[in-house]
Design a protein around this ligand. Structure first.
Ligand SMILES: *Cc1c(COP(=O)(O)O)cnc(C)c1O
Length: 403
C-alpha cells in the first residue's frame, strides 16, 4: 500500500539529488579506460591544493589545464613517437597554434613547405603576420630551396613528410642537417605518415605534431591534435600556451580516440595493403593518366620514400583521369559507396577532389604548377575487402571515361 506524499514532503527530499553520489566501491578494476568528464576537481584542503600546484603531489585541478583522458591518450601516442610529455589538443590546428603561440615572438620568421595542409598555410600566410610573425614558403622536397629561404631571424622550419595531394616526400634528413647546424627549430607534421611509417624524432625533428582526427583516431567522429617536443623546456612552453589560449580537448573525444587507437596498427597495415593494390589497379585502367603512390617505382621520390619510410608507403593514393569537371562528376557519381568527402584517415575509403575543395583557393596557375587538374583525385584508402574496392573503382573510372 503506498502512502500519499504531499508536494512539500517530496520537495524536502531534494538535497541528496543535488549532492554528488559517492562512486560505488569495487575491489576489481574496470578493463576499459573510464571516461572522466569532470571539469573541476575537489581537494581536501588548501595545503593539498598547494602541494598539487607545486608539483609535489599528483592531480588535476581544472580540465582546461589537463585531465586524465587526455593524458592517457597522450601517453599512448608518446609511446608510438618514442618521446615523453606530449600534449593532446582540441584539433590538429590547435596543435600547430600551440607551437606558434608558445614558442614564437613578434618579429620571428618561419620557413614552411609550400604544399602544407590548407589551414596551416593560412595561419602562416594570413594570421601569423597579423601577430608580427612572417613566413616564407619553399619546396620541402629540396633542402637547397629551404636553405635559400632561411633568414637571420628564422626561428622555425615546418614541413609535412608527405605532401597533400601530390604525395611528394620532404627532404627530411637534408632539412634536419640545416636546422641543426643553424640552431633553428625543426617542426614536422606527421599526420599523413603516422609513427607506423615514420618517426620524425629519429630524423632530427625537435617537435612533432599530428591531426589525431585522421588516421590515429580513425573513425571520423572526433577532432583532436597532438604535439610533442623533444626538449622538456619547449614542451612546457607549448603546454602553457595551450592551457592559456584554451586549445584543450574534450575528455569524451580523447576517450573515443583512445578506443580508435587500439586498432590503429591493424587498420594502418590493412589500409596500406589495399592502397598498394588499388594503385596498381588504377595504373592499368584506360582513362587514368597517372597514379601517384610512394610505393610504386614510377613515383618521383620512390628512392627517398624507400629510405625514409623503410618499406612502408601509406594509405594515400592520388590519380588523374582524362577529361575535365564533367568526367570528375561522373566519377564520384559512379562510386556511390565511396564517401566523396574532403578528409582522410577514416576506417572507410574516402575520395577527395582538391580542385573543388582543399585547393580551391589556389589560382589556376598555382594549381597547374603543383599538378592539380579537374581530373585529379586523392583517395584515402580504408580497410574494406579489397575485392569490393576494386569493383567500385573499376565502375567509377568506367563511368568517368564512358561519358
Ligand atoms: C587535417 C590536417 C590538419 C588539421 O587537423 P584538424 O584536426 O582538422 O584541425 C593538419 N595537418 C594535416 C596534414 C592534416 O591532414
Amino acid at each position: 500500500m503506498s502512502k500519499a506524499i504531499s508536494d512539500s514532503e517530496a520537495r524536502n527530499q531534494g538535497p541528496e539529488i543535488v549532492r554528488r553520489t559517492a562512486w560505488p566501491q569495487s575491489s576489481s578494476r574496470p578493463v576499459s579506460t573510464p571516461l572522466q568528464m569532470s571539469v573541476v576537481y575537489a581537494s581536501d584542503s588548501p595545503d593539498a591544493l598547494d602541494a598539487q600546484y607545486d608539483g609535489t603531489a599528483p592531480g588535476y585541478a581544472y580540465a582546461r589545464e589537463g585531465h586524465p583522458n587526455a593524458d592517457v591518450l597522450a601517453q599512448k601516442i608518446d609511446g608510438m613517437e618514442a618521446v615523453q610529455g606530449g600534449l593532446i589538443t582540441g584539433s590538429g590546428m590547435a596543435a600547430l597554434s600551440a607551437v606558434m603561440l608558445g614558442l614564437l615572438q613578434s618579429g620571428d620568421h618561419v620557413v614552411a613547405g609550400d604544399q602544407l595542409y590548407g589551414r596551416s598555410m593560412r595561419i602562416l600566410t594570413q594570421d601569423a603576420p597579423r601577430l608580427g610573425i612572417k613566413a616564407t614558403l619553399a619546396d620541402a622536397t629540396d633542402a637547397k630551396a629551404i636553405e635559400a629561404a632561411l633568414r637571420p631571424d628564422t626561428r622555425m622550419v615546418l614541413v609535412e613528410v608527405v605532401s597533400n595531394p601530390t604525395l611528394r616526400l620532404a627532404d627530411i634528413d637534408g632539412i634536419a642537417a640545416l636546422t641543426r647546424e643553424r640552431g633553428i627549430l625543426f617542426v614536422v607534421d606527421n599526420t599523413f605518415t603516422t609513427p607506423r611509417a615514420f618517426r620524425p624524432f629519429e630524423h632530427g625533428a625537435d617537435i612533432v605534431l599530428h591531426s589525431v582526427t585522421k588516421l590515429l583516431a580513425g573513425h571520423s567522429d572526433v577532432t583532436l591534435g597532438y604535439v610533442a617536443a623533444q626538449e622538456a623546456r619547449l614542451q612546457d612552453m607549448i603546454r602553457e600556451a595551450a592551457a592559456t589560449w584554451g586549445l584543450t580537448p574534450s575528455p569524451f573525444d580523447c576517450w573515443l580516440a583512445e578506443r580508435g587507437l587500439h586498432s590503429f596498427n591493424l587498420r594502418y597495415d590493412r589500409a596500406e595493403e589495399n592502397a598498394a593494390e588499388l594503385a596498381d589497379l588504377l595504373a592499368g585502367l584506360p582513362g587514368v593518366r597517372r597514379v601517384i603512390y610512394p610505393g610504386r617505382p614510377d613515383h618521383p621520390d620512390f628512392q627517398r620514400a624507400r629510405s625514409l619510410l623503410k618499406g612502408r608507403s601509406g594509405n594515400m593514393v592520388s590519380f588523374e583521369i582524362e577529361g575535365g569537371r564533367e568526367a570528375a562528376n561522373r566519377l564520384t557519381r559512379g562510386a556511390p559507396d565511396i564517401a566523396f568527402a574532403p578528409t582522410l584517415g577514416d576506417i572507410g575509403t574516402t575520395l577527395s577532389h582538391p580542385a573543388s575543395s582543399s585547393h580551391r583557393a589556389l589560382s589556376a596557375d598555382m594549381q597547374r604548377a603543383i599538378g592539380i587538374s579537374e581530373g585529379f583525385f586523392r583517395i584515402s584508402v580504408g580497410v574494406e575487402e579489397i575485392d569490393g574496392l576494386r569493383r567500385d573503382f573499376i565502375q567509377a573510372i568506367d563511368a568517368a571515361v564512358q561519358g
